[in-house]
Design a protein around this ligand. Structure first.
Ligand code: SF4
Ligand code: MG
Length: 314
């Protein structure tokens, strides 16, 4: 609710020109129990920051974070550690997120150790089960991360996130670093684990086609702001935010006979340092009007469940 997170940049001899990155600016977002909320936007739009705020891994400058009705903003470290069992993250890069000096067995038993759960033998059994849950063989746990392929390493990252049977999983670009041929397998795994364990996902991606399959609802983010929230079903049909439209146009189509229409985006993503006035998208929007650079459009419900921040639909 009302989340704001700004970062100071500029150090050393640049310190005199300290600048502020508006990573997340006045964001409201609710993820319902049992759903997959897709969060899309170009890189640098604040998606990962928002995901980390949601898990209490970052503290917001302003606003509140609630988990199952309970405010977690400002909880003590100890209380946060207990809650962490229920909220986990899967990172984008399975190579850097797994300690290369630890066997997969120790990586996966770490969460149990931290929380003081089970005897050594019980932990080993749990690790074996986790390996199988994510489609790996239990005896492979004796190996080190580098002895696995990228897709297998991401399976290990997912197993680690699921070790403590969380309720909410923030998946931050979980397939972006993988070969396209492997992406679908990992997506299918995430979908089946969700069903099996009754998980809730906040699923972050820059690639709309990835998010669309799995999500129940989709939130679109641009330069620190949510500009559209809609159900995944009717996504892209009917009234649509110009930025969302641009993302759809830019999504690659897997058919060599279809000519890609040129993306209707003008120019580069504006900087999150001193973001544009009014609607932050106005510097690139093909539909921009006079009012767009002057007034910021609020996120309003245009039809049931469909929220949009755009003067076109005022
Ligand atoms: Fe484009 Fe204006 Fe809508 Fe922003 S408010 S998306 S600039 S039409
Ligand atoms: Mg990111």
């Amino acid at each position: 609710e009302g989340l704001v997170k700004h970062f100071q940049v500029g150090t050393g001899f640049m310190a005199a020109q300290k600048q502020v990155v508006h990573a997340v600016d006045q964001v409201n977002l609710a993820v319902r129990q049992g759903e997959v909320m897709g969060l899309v936007g170009e890189s640098g739009c604040g998606k990962s920051t928002l995901g980390q705020l949601a898990l209490g891994l970052l503290k917001p400058d302003k606003g509140r974070i609630l988990f199952q009705g309970r405010e977690i903003t400002g909880l003590s470290r100890k209380k946060m550690r207990d809650l962490r069992r229920e909220m986990q993250i899967v990172f984008q890069d399975p190579v850097t997120s797994l300690n290369p000096r630890m066997t997969v067995e120790s990586i996966l038993s770490e969460p149990f150790k931290i929380h003081g759960l089970g005897s050594k033998r019980e932990r080993a059994q749990k690790v074996a089960r986790l390996m199988e849950d994510v489609g790996l063989r239990a005896d492979q746990a004796r190996r080190y991360p580098h002895q696995f392929s990228g897709g297998q390493r991401q399976r290990i990252g997912i197993a680690r996130a699921l070790a403590l049977r969380p309720k909410l999983v923030v998946a931050d670009e979980p397939v972006s670093a993988l070969d396209v041929s492997i992406q679908a397998q990992v997506m299918n795994l995430l979908a089946s684990l969700k069903k099996r364990f009754g998980l809730t996902y906040l699923f972050i991606a820059h690639d709309l086609s990835v998010v669309r399959h799995l999500s129940d609802r989709i939130a679109v983010m641009y330069l620190g702001k949510i500009v559209e929230i809609s159900s995944a079903k009717g996504f892209g049909e009917g009234p649509i935010h110009p930025y969302t439209n641009a993302l759809i146009q830019a999504a690659p189509v897997a058919d060599p006979h279809i000519k890609q229409p040129p993306p209707p985006l003008i120019g580069d993503v504006a900087s999150p340092i001193n973001p544009p006035s009014g609607c932050r998208f106005h510097t690139r929007c093909p539909k921009a009007m006079d009012i767009c650079s002057k007034e910021e459009p609020g996120l309003k419900e245009k039809e049931p469940g469909h929220f949009m921040a755009c003067h076109l639909y005022a």
